[in-house]
Ligand binder design. Sequence first.
Ligand code: GMT
Length: 380
Amino acid sequence: MKIAIVCYPTFGGSGVVATELGIALAERGHEIHFITYKQPVRLELLGNNIHFHEVHVPEYPLFHYQPYELALSSKLVDTIKFYGIELLHVHYAIPHAYAGFMAKKMLQEEGIFIPMITTLHGTDITLVGKHPFYKPAVTFSINKSDVVTSVSEALKQSTLETFAIEKEIEVIPNFIDSSKYSQDYTDCQRSLMANDDERIITHISNFRKVKRIPDVINIFYKVQKEIPAKLIMVGEGPEKEYAEQQCEDLGIKEKVVFLGNSTEIDRILCFTDLFLLPSESESFGLAALEAMINRVAVVSSNTGGIPEVNKEGISGYLAEVGDVDTMAVKALEILCNDEVLDRFKENAFKVASKFDILNILPLYEEVYEKAFKYRFKNTY
Ligand code: GMT
């Protein structure tokens, strides 16, 4: 099948999911066309089956806001026509589903019917999408998609509660390619980061408010009072500067390393003992899944879709959003004893393996088959 994938190309989870999905589909013989404003970060190899088409938004002095949706829908129309693309899969509703629908309509005028699948990822629903300024357009474009998927049951429920949705929403959880993690982990250069007696705790995110970065620091503060430990903070975002200041104020600056955005996530997770994800809201928590497949235990909040990934008492522990005390106690419970830590690490790997791409990819292919049936229908 010839498939166009629209996503954000950045370090965010939806971009990662879209890119990994495209790569896996290409390996299965599909022809994949990524259409976005920059080459996706995880898309290193372009080949016969994988193409990238950049969306340019020309600057014009009259525009206070550059019309990205317009440029994207035009690019979609041109690319779909030129390459004979048969299916459009957009990740993150805003503005991709809206631009995708416009492209559909334009193509329809020329007698070309292209089915569109929209995958809902998180804040496109729970934060940004429900803002009154966006809500009507988001509702409209979800309802106009041929197939809608959501990355967790929790996100499906919150979509149904927030918007007047007439469409069936199919849950297809995010995935991980566990074959990439089957290497021997003996040499991950742990000594570069910590002494032998220190536990390594990691947080990876885009440092937005929703990630509750101050909670990460406060949990670590409590843990390092009890046991020798280091905190590795990976990512960039608006909350990072404050976090650095917070570490200085708490007198733990030398125990916390801020690494910025990294393309070496697996290497970092390889020497990590515990991953912290105390988010305010999280539709899935791909970062936690990536940690788990690297045999890292997780202490997280119990919000949104996280309980579908991090299993209480098995791969880690969960607590109410903001309950820093419980999260610190649970982190210590895992970290204080070698045997307990090893058990959690092994269980984390086992739980994560259930989200292997081999189990999830067929679900997307099923959905594509279903959407494909719409190709000759003038549905709207
Ligand atoms: O909504 C965001 O934070 C951005 C979004 C993204 O594009 O990275 O993240 C969401 O999608 C990820 C991939 O499906 C999920 O793993 C994240 O849980 C989700 N983030 C939130 O719900 C906050």
